[in-house]
Design a binder for this molecule. Structure first.
Ligand code: AMP
Length: 964
């Protein structure tokens, strides 16, 4: 008994191999048939289709036999991890296998010629690696034609541009499997794509998906293909590629965007879909509509060509070009305001405010759009105009220049911000107690001397300026009191205030005439020296000098004596060394103003400079008042280096603007001869001027000159500038006796990175008599060494141009100064002045006063002239004090002390262990203090003697000596 393998032809006649079992007449039939091991692969659920035929049970009369015949069979399965089965295993019984179903045939045949095949499908969830199926026949007549085992999948599918791969269905008929899709080529995930695979092998509930990437467009067949040339797609979407916008192209497939044709641009803010565009053309018809002294309005029309854009805007550049041409233009100052705006505005008119009066301006209006920057094309229209003159601003720095018994000189600076010409100034003055009592006077100068004032009377002064526009506002009133006539004669005679006005006037007239005669002689001598070869205008000078000098030589003292009432606001500039410029011509361009040579007329030769003649002349710049100038020329045949050195002085001078520093009007470099044009200083250099006027000035006048020089030096030192050649020969004096620092040929900047701000020169000549010891010894020049030189200048002033250290050799000067010798007070020199000189000559440079302190000290002396009355003790220059015995002859300290009347300190020296004159010659003030000698007068007396002793021991040819 068992399943029998047989051949069989189906209805179509195809031969088949089949298994049959037909034991319908037997009892206890138990025939098993088992499939081989079937690997499940990816399946979660396995299906089995069984095709079979079954014969109908024939009715037997014997009911028992009939009962045995079956028309069903039983289907089992057995899961296993591997193919382990054999003839014994799994054991052939219903308990070992899992029963799937009892399968009955739908069709039972009776006639062998009419067999119909049944198909029965069953399925099971599967959890192990494989399965065996088994069929148990228990007595049917059955032919097993085929068994098909399979599983169901949801097929590969592309939806929403995502590919879902073939997926086996879940273990149960109702279960679903979620599958994640992958974007098709050139698509990007927009939302995670998912699809559910249902038990029947169909997909449901699609979610998410992908879109074609930039440069690719979607097709109906769920693919993304590159954009054809001439089209682009710049974002991820399933939209089609678009044709390139105007003036752009794409020469490759799958272009993300189209490039602009040459000359066309896109701004960074433009969409990729925007056409390419051009910058606009220049604004049209730019016209000045109106202007006054501080504002201007201009209008223009929209450019003809807008470049294919709508974002046209305007930007304005404002250049300030000085007055009367000739000066380089520079950006307008930050105070200038633009309405509606300076840039990014789109109105076709603009108002500029905060301009300077009488100034040339150049306004450039740029038309711009979003692609201007990319194209670098400049579309500009410009207009030039000159602002109207304004009434001058209120003058707020009126200063008292000098005060005499019956006169007062006041000075002021040009009103702030006035660019145009001040035609003249009007001054009001009145006694303080009678405001209606004053007169109006007019001047073109920036100072004025009121004469014939009452003695010891307080006057009020006010100034205002006038331009072609009219008068400005009056300055605030300053009150000044006329003083006491302080002069050498009055001091000597003990007279002061008691000098009567009439007597003063007589002295004044006599002095005036005397000075006039001297000046005539000086000028005639200059003429003889060939200084006035070119024309006869010096004759005018003569007359002019005559008139102007009458007053100064009588009463008027130094215009440099300024007592600032208001400090003009402003930042102290820093001096820039032109030598730091790689191209020295750049420094010239930056710090000087080019003057057209045709504006200069040379009148006479007044001196000889290092590089060529120094001449007097006139400067006539259009729209400016004519002025006298000094003109330094560069001699023909000068080398390039000469030219640069020559102009370096101008680059230095051009950085300064102070009433006590010589003012540079400009340079001529574009034609020959090259010239440096400065303000004209009628009285020339100070040393010669003093020598020519020996004894003619009052002490206050001399102190006033020194004050002016100190003030100029204060300005220079505050700018970080070291002069290095400060000497009376390098000070110039104008017609009102204002002294100004000049000659910047030797000067150098303080090196900021040196620790002590000292300048170390590489060599060059040093003006020994004027130079501080540390500058001579170590070539360290600082503002403190300038202070030393200033002390020597004071000495020159007080001695009317005497040569410092007379005819000593430079070596003797160096030795004597090193040993502590200091120049003695010149004749009639107030002790306070000499003390200031000694302060300037402190050996330790940090102990010297600063120029600010010097100015303050001199101001104090000028305000309180009684402090000048005490005259320093005088002795002749080359004098060896006859009362001062030969110190070297003393054998005992006591003898020496007796000789200087200081014997009271004998015991102090003795107890401290001093026993010979050798030791004494090395003494210092500090040691004296240690000895208990605390009185300054006694210290001075002893140290003077020590110094003389030192000199005598050292063999220095001593003259009058002072010790500090
Ligand atoms: P310098 O080349 O500076 O040494 O000038 C030579 C001489 O020309 C000086 O000693 C003055 O007598 C004269 N000088 C120079 N500059 C001026 C000036 N600005 N005003 C009048 N005289 C001047």
């Amino acid at each position: 008994m068992g399943w029998v393998e047989a051949s069989y032809n189906d209805n179509e006649g195809n031969p088949l191999r089949i298994y049959t079992s037909c034991y319908v007449t037997q009892t206890n039939v138990n025939n098993w048939l088992r499939t081989p091991f079937i690997d499940r692969k990816d399946a979660n659920r396995l299906y089995i289709d069984i095709r079979f035929s079954m014969r109908k049970c024939i009715r037997h009369k014997d009911p028992q036999r009939l009962q045995q015949c079956k028309e069903t069979f039983v289907l089992y399965y057995y899961e296993a991890e591997s193919d382990f089965a054999n003839a014994m295993m799994p054991t052939w019984d219903p308990e070992t296998y899992f029963k799937m179903d009892v399968i009955a045939a739908d069709y039972l045949y009776e006639d062998e010629n009419d067999i119909r095949i049944n198909v029965e499908t069953k399925s099971i969830p599967i959890t192990r690696q494989g399965v065996y199926f088994a069929i148990q026949d228990t007595g049917a007549c059955i032919s097993l034609i085929s068994i098909k085992v399979y599983y169901i999948t949801c097929p590969n599918i592309t939806q929403n541009y995502a590919l879902f791969l073939e997926t086996p269905t879940g273990p149960d008929l109702t279960s679903v499997v979620q599958k994640q899709g992958q974007c098709v080529a050139n698509a990007a995930e927009e939302k995670r794509p998912t699809y559910l695979c249902k038990g029947g092998g169909t997909w449901a509930l699609l979610d998410g998906g992908c879109k074609c990437m930039p440069g690719y467009q979607a097709t109906p067949s769920q693919t993304c293909v590159g954009c054809p040339a001439g089209t682009y797609k710049w974002h991820t979407s399933n939209e089609p590629c678009r044709n390139c916008p105007a003036h752009s192209f794409s020469s490759h497939r799958h272009s993300v965007m189209c490039e602009c044709e040459s000359g066309f641009y896109r701004s960074p803010d433009d969409l990729k879909s925007a056409p390419c565009t051009k910058p606009p053309s220049a604004p049209l018809n730019l016209k000045l509509k109106s202007s006054d002294h501080m504002s201007a309005t201009m209008t223009w029309s929209q450019p003809q060509f807008l470049g294919g854009r709508t974002d046209l805007s305007y930007r304005v550049e404002c250049l300030e070009c000085g007055t009367g041409g000739g000066s380089p233009c520079r950006e307008c100052s930050s105070g200038v305001e633009f309405y509606p705006k300076q840039q990014a505005f789109n109105t076709t008119s603009l108002t500029v405010r905060g301009l300077l009066p009488s100034t040339d301006y150049n306004i450039k209006v740029y038309a711009e759009n979003g692609v201007t920057q990319k194209s670098k094309r400049v579309s500009v229209a410009q207009t030039e105009f000159t602002t109207e003159a304004a009434v001058p601003a209120k003058i707020n720095d009126v200063q008292v220049i000098s005060v005499g018994s019956t006169w007062i000189t006041v000075g002021w600076d040009r009103p702030l911000g006035s660019q145009g010409d001040i035609e003249r100034y009007q001054l009001r003055h009145f006694p303080k107690n009678n405001r209606s009592g004053g007169d109006l006077v007019y001047t073109k100068q920036k100072n004025y001397t009121f004469r014939g004032l009452a003695l010891q009377t307080e006057y009020g002064f006010q100034v205002r300026g006038k331009t072609q526009k009219g008068w400005g506002q009056y300055s605030d009133i300053i009150y000044v009191k006329t003083g006491t006539l302080v002069s050498r004669s009055t001091i000597e005679q003990g007279q002061g205030m008691s000098v009567g006005i009439i007597a003063g006037a007589i002295v004044a007239v006599i002095l005036c005439m005397a000075i006039a005669i001297i000046m005539v002689l000086i000028l005639l001598r200059r003429n003889r020296n060939g200084c006035n070869e070119k024309n006869v205008s010096e004759c005018d000078n003569l007359q002019y000098t005559n008139v102007v000098h009458c007053a100064p030589l009588e009463h008027h003292f130094n215009g440099g004596l300024t007592v600032p009432l208001f400090q003009p606001p402003g930042v102290v500039k820093t001096y820039i060394d032109p030598h730091t410029y790689e191209d020295p011509n750049q420094a010239v361009r930056e710090f000087t103003r080019e003057i057209d040579a045709s504006h200069i007329t040379i009148e006479s030769v007044i001196g000889g400079g290092e590089f060529g003649d120094v001449c007097k002349g006139k400067l006539r710049i259009p729209n400016r008042a004519e002025m006298s100038v000094a003109i330094k020329t560069l001699k023909p045949g000068a080398t390039d280096k000469n030219r640069l050195d020559f102009l370096t002085e101008a680059s230095i001078m051009g950085q300064f603007d102070d009433q006590n520093v010589i003012f540079l009007e400009g340079v001529v470099t574009k034609s020959n001869p090259i010239m440096i044009v400065t303000e004209y200083m009628a009285n020339g250099s100070l040393d010669a001027y003093l020598r020519n006027n020996d004894g003619k000035f009052t002490v206050i006048q001399l102190v006033g000159m020194m004050r002016g020089i100190a003030s100029g030096m204060k300005y220079l030192s505050e700018m970080g500038y070291v002069h290095r050649d400060l000497a009376a020969r390098n000070i110039l004096v104008n017609e009102t006796l204002v002294c100004k620092v000049a000659d910047f040929g030797l000067s150098r900047e303080i090196e900021s990175d040196t620790t002590d701000g000292a300048y170390t020169t590489k060599g060059g000549k040093i003006p020994v008599r004027w130079t501080a010891p540390e500058a001579i010894a170590f070539r360290k020049f600082t503002s403190a060494s300038d202070v030393w030189s200033y002390g020597v200048v004071m000495w020159e002033v007080m001695s009317y141009g005497e040569r410092p250290y007379w005819n000593w050799s430079n070596q003797d000067v160096i030795k004597a100064v090193e040993r502590g010798y200091r120049l003695p007070p010149p004749m009639d020199c107030p002790e306070a002045c000499h003390q200031l000189m000694l302060d300037c000559w402190q050996k330790e440079r940090s102990h010297r006063p600063k120029f600010l302190a010097i100015v303050k000290t001199l101001d104090k002396l000028i305000r309180a002239p009684e402090l000048l009355r005490k005259i320093a003790k005088q002795r002749p220059h080359n004098f060896i004090d006859p009362n001062m015995p030969d110190m070297t002859q003393f054998t005992s300290i006591e003898d020496w002390l007796i000789s200087i009347k200081m014997e009271r300190y004998s015991n102090n020296f003795l107890h401290a262990g001093y026993c010979n004159m050798e030791q004494i010659s090395r003494m210092t003030v500090k040691e004296l203090i240690n000895l208990g000698i605390t009185l300054v007068g006694h210290q001075k007396k002893i140290m003077n003697s020590v110094q003389t002793l030192r000199a005598q021991l050292g063999g220095v040819q001593m003259s009058e000596g002072f010790l500090v």
